[in-house]
Design a protein around this ligand. Sequence first.
Ligand code: THU
Length: 162
Amino acid sequence: MKPVTITITAQLLDYNELTAQQRQLVDAAKRSSEKAYAPYSRFNVGAAVLLDNGEMVVGNNQENAASPSSLCAERVTMYSANALWPNVAPSAIAIAAFNDAGFLAQPISPCGACRQVLAETEQRYGKPIEVLLYGTEGILVFHCVDDLLPFSFSRLQLDYGK
Ligand code: THU
């Protein structure tokens, strides 16, 4: 037997411990959550992606009466960034969410499907995308998406053996 151990370190920071650029990204994600279309869940999520060219792309969750047609904020935002700037690597993404009680106290946790999409973008450009998960009690900062989805399925596996 050969145990495999993965250790992941994230930082839980107060808002005022963030850099000015991180604060800007978190603020943009929070603002964007206010434009979400979430009449069914009333769970409003916003995201903001910072690109290497200095551009910022924002998005939010878009729900539909035919619920599988809905899309999370992270995918709306990252797909939009990839569509607008197909040759520019993202360097960070911030995510924030509020419900009827206000912004979540604990950092929002992206779903598995969104992690998969963020992971492929990270692999595509070959550089880490910092992930900032906003909560009113602290912002959880991951160095890269791979830390949120270790052992991810990737195109490398599709090509395996070819
Ligand atoms: N949602 C997101 O947009 N991002 C997340 O990280 C978690 C969940 C959305 C999907 C759905 O519109 C609503 O929040 C409730 O699940």
